[in-house]
Design a protein around this ligand. Structure first.
Ligand code: ASP
Length: 425
């Protein structure tokens, strides 16, 4: 059986990324034992940062362009509203499922019982957020000077600008066409750039992972093993059972195809711990490998990377109950309902960057009267768990795109010609 050159390249790249991950584990293990190996670490940190910066080059123009193009191509505002409504319904339902799963597991396994640990210190810059003010502030900052939001990498504000610009452009008739074509070109350019940057992914993934393993080792995991176990079990069940089943039943994509299609976004999410940084790769994979219409992916994925965080929500609920258990505080059923509600919303407020879940967890802790110092308990393993929860966040977004794609009828005018041709014409 002969393989197309593209398939061959794809396979080579996947194997290289996988090799990068294995090498990183070996290196991290060795660096904990050999100062010589450890001395290479600054170089690896440098490479890891460079890889992430390259992804940053793509994200912000991509978020803006894909939103504008997505909205313009959806045509009229009712279709935008329909897709946004279905998207939000999917986001909220799956997030709530994840939190419920986390709460059930933490009540069954009681990982914090009998654990004797110091509360430790929360990160210095961590402040206790209160629910109302946090969300009012976030809502206010949804609209701001678009140039400022692009410069500051404020994804929520870029999204809202893209939405408005796309909506208004589509009402302009001929005058709006150059604007739409400009963003269509920009969108495709960013996607192509993603393909290029992916060739550095094996090195980037290696470098980012090597740093984490070399610096953190596995001792911290051991001390918190029951907590880590419950979080990983929950994330595993959600990521490997709930989401694939939904994708299969509602989206018509088999779990095998789903995971094959998501191999790269998952590797990048795992190593960067950032769903925003992974967005270009997710977009590419969902369109190219899972056959989602670009206009659906362009609308659903940026939104999902910002508000849909199943993994984060699950982890926050487990972490808060774990902290309560270690502190000997028994949370009543009513208080657990409060955790359910606040963790679901706090995940929406978390940005798609490393460690964001820790910050919004202060909202959940505050809602049930636990001190933010409790976060000090789980800090040592947070990066590791962040890598896994980010992967689940990304899988949740991609599954959403697959499902919503099925509920968005094909339109030959919008989906017909391949994108490159439509530009050349
Ligand atoms: N790092 C996560 C993400 O980017 C957010 C979190 O900290 O939970 O999806």
């Amino acid at each position: 059986m002969s393989m197309s050159p593209e398939r061959k390249r794809d396979l080579v790249l996947t194997l290289l990324i996988f090799a990068g991950m294995v090498l990183a584990l070996l290196y991290g293990w060795g660096a904990q034992r050999s100062p010589l190996l450890l001395s290479a670490l600054p170089w690896f940190s440098w490479m890891g940062v460079l890889f992430k910066q390259l992804l940053m080059v793509i994200i912000y123009p991509l978020v803006l362009a894909s939103m504008v193009v997505g909205v313009v191509n959806l045509g009229d505002i009712r279709k935008v509203g329909g897709l946004a409504g279905k998207g939000l319904l999917y986001f909220m339902t799956t997030t709530a499922l994840a939190v419920a799963l986390g709460l059930i597991l933490v009540n069954v396994f009681n990982p914090g019982e009998g654990v004797n640990l110091d509360l430790g210190q929360p990160p210095e810059d961590l402040v206790a957020h209160e629910f109302g003010p946090f969300f009012l502030e976030m809502l206010k900052n949804t609209f701001k000077n678009p140039f400022k939001s692009l410069a500051q990498g404020d994804v929520l504000a870029i999204l809202s600008f893209g939405l408005l610009l796309g909506a208004v452009t589509s009402t302009l008739g001929d005058a709006g066409k150059p604007v739409a074509r400009f963003f269509e070109g920009l969108n495709q350019a960013m996607m192509r750039l993603t393909d290029w940057v992916m060739w550095l992914a094996p090195i980037g993934v290696f470098a980012l992972l090597a740093e984490v393993v070399a610096l953190q080792g596995f001792e911290a995991v051991y001390a918190l093993k029951d907590y880590v176990f419950v979080v990983l079990l929950g994330l595993g069940l959600h990521g490997f059972v709930v989401l694939p089943l939904l994708g299969w039943i509602l989206g018509g994509v088999s779990p095998l195809k789903l995971f094959a299609g998501l191999r790269r976004p998952l590797a990048v999410a795992f190593s960067t711990a950032s769903s925003a940084a992974t967005l270009p790769v997710t977009m590419d994979a969902v369109v190219e490998d899972l056959g989602v219409k670009p206009r659906v992916a362009g609308f659903v994925l940026p939104l999902g990377a910002t508000v849909n965080m199943d993994g984060t929500a699950l982890y926050e609920s487990v972490a808060v109950l774990f902290i309560a258990q270690v502190m000997g505080v028994e949370l009543t059923f009513g208080e657990q309902v409060v955790v359910f509600l606040t963790a679901t919303t706090a995940a929406v407020g978390a940005a798609g960057i490393p460690g964001a879940g820790l910050i919004t967890m202060t909202l959940v802790l505050g809602a049930v009267g636990l001190p933010i110092e409790g976060i000090g308990l789980i800090l040592a393993v947070d990066r590791l768990l962040d890598m896994v929860r980010t992967s689940v966040n990304v899988a949740g977004d991609a599954t959403g795109a697959v499902i919503l794609n099925r509920f968005t009828p094909a339109d030959p005018e919008l989906d017909g010609p391949p994108p490159t041709e439509s530009i050349a014409a």
